[in-house]
Each structure stands twice: as C-alpha cells, then as structure tokens.
Design a protein. Structure first.
Length: 230
C-alpha cells in the first residue's frame, strides 16, 4: 500500500496543470484522532499543506503534528493523494490513499484507501486499512462530517465515525467496534479559524485498536483550536 501512495503522489506532482497550494498552522488543546487522544490529553502544534489541480480533479497534501505515544514524545507525519469529480453543483465523489507514520523506534506506519461522496456541506467517507497502525489486522472506518453557517462569521460543525476492527479481540475481552462523535462551534475570519468542540468515544478501547496513545487518556474532552491559513 505504501508503494501505491508514493506512486499516486509522484503522478500528481508530474501533472502539468497549474497547481493551487495552500497551508495552515494550528494549535489544538488536545489532538483527537477518531475519538482517541494522540497527544496524551495535552496540546499539540500542527502544520498542513494542500495541493489542488482544479482542472484535473487531482489533489495531494500532508500534515505533521507532535504526539505523545506509549514510547514518549514523537512526531506524526501523514501524506495523501486522491481524485475528486463533481457531478453537479451540489454533488461530487472522490477516492484516494494516504500513509501515516510516527517517529521513534516503533513507527506505527500504515496506509489506507478511502472513497467518499460530498453533498453540499455533508461529507461521507469510507476507509479501509489492511494493517491498521501496523498492528497486524485490518479496519473499516465510516464517517460523516457536516457544517452549517450561522450569523456573521459563526458556524456549527459535527462529526460521527464508526470503526470495525478485523481479527481476534478475545485477548482484550472487548468489542471490535468503536464509535466517536464530535460537535462544536466555529468562528472564521480569514486567515483565522477558531473552534471549540466536544469529543466523545465509545466501544473498543484504544489498546484493542492499536492506537499509539499514552495510557489513561480520557474518552470525553473539550477541544479548543486556533488555525492560521495561507
């Protein structure tokens, strides 16, 4: 899968059409990934970039964040590439691949493929990872994301996700299913974007899913973030 990700990214970079490049820097009070804290319930700093080729439908990007795993402080790196096609003014579909790894002796490296549909502000995606966090089993993850403008620069947003782990979970005496929810309020004035949200998770524990989370992180948390885009 990693070779597929690299091949897609190289193909995108070779596309001759003029690219649009954007980026952002974000401070977040708690880095939550699919309901799990990857920063040990502590703040994290992140940088991200996106490259789009509007005339072709191809896109690529990446992100880096400090994290705190069971082995201590580390850095997460993520790259992705995909293709999106608009069907009409409100509806589009996409597909792509992405690759994640962590610094340190245990990289937790894994790749996953995804497909999705967007209708206005509603985005639904389905992911499949054959070796989730390099733990030796596959996972399916489905998510829905939505946002709605309020008055002025204010908006509300919500996320719902559901994960199914393959393989044997008897050693953990736990479910193979995991769900996460997030909802919040945002305030956007270019180039700034400020959010406050509530995050919660239920089902299989982090250790049963292979997450590199530090021990004893909370499943419920308020999350505050400030992002600067360019």
């Amino acid at each position: 899968m990693f070779r597929i990700v690299v091949a897609v990214l190289l193909t995108l970079l070779a596309v001759p059409a003029r690219a649009q490049v954007t980026g952002s820097a974000t401070f977040v009070s708690d880095y939550r990934f699919r309901g799990a804290s990857l920063s040990d319930d502590r703040p994290a700093a992140q940088v991200a970039f996106d490259v789009d080729w509007p005339s072709t439908g191809w896109y690529a990007g990446g992100m880096m964040s400090n994290v705190r795993t069971d082995a201590g402080h580390a850095v997460q790196g993520l790259v992705y590439g995909g293709y999106v096609q608009r069907l009409d003014a409100d509806l589009s579909w996409e597909g792509g691949v992405r690759y994640t790894r962590f610094s340190g002796g245990e990289s937790y490296a894994y790749a996953e493929a995804y497909a999705g549909v967007t209708f206005r502000q509603l985005v639904g995606r389905l992911y499949y990872a054959p070796n989730y966090f390099n733990a030796g089993y596959g996972t399916w993850y489905a998510e829905l994301n939505d946002s709605h403008a309020l008055t002025g620069h204010w908006y509300v947003f919500a996320h719902a996700g559901y994960l199914r782990r393959n393989g044997n979970v008897a050693d953990y005496h736990a479910s193979r299913f995991h769900s996460d929810l997030r909802a919040g309020l945002g305030f956007a004035v270019q180039p700034w974007n400020i959010q406050l949200s509530w995050s919660t998770a239920h089902g299989a524990p982090d250790v049963a899913l292979g997450y590199p989370s530090a021990a004893d992180t909370h499943r419920n948390a308020w999350v505050f973030s400030v992002a600067y885009a360019w």
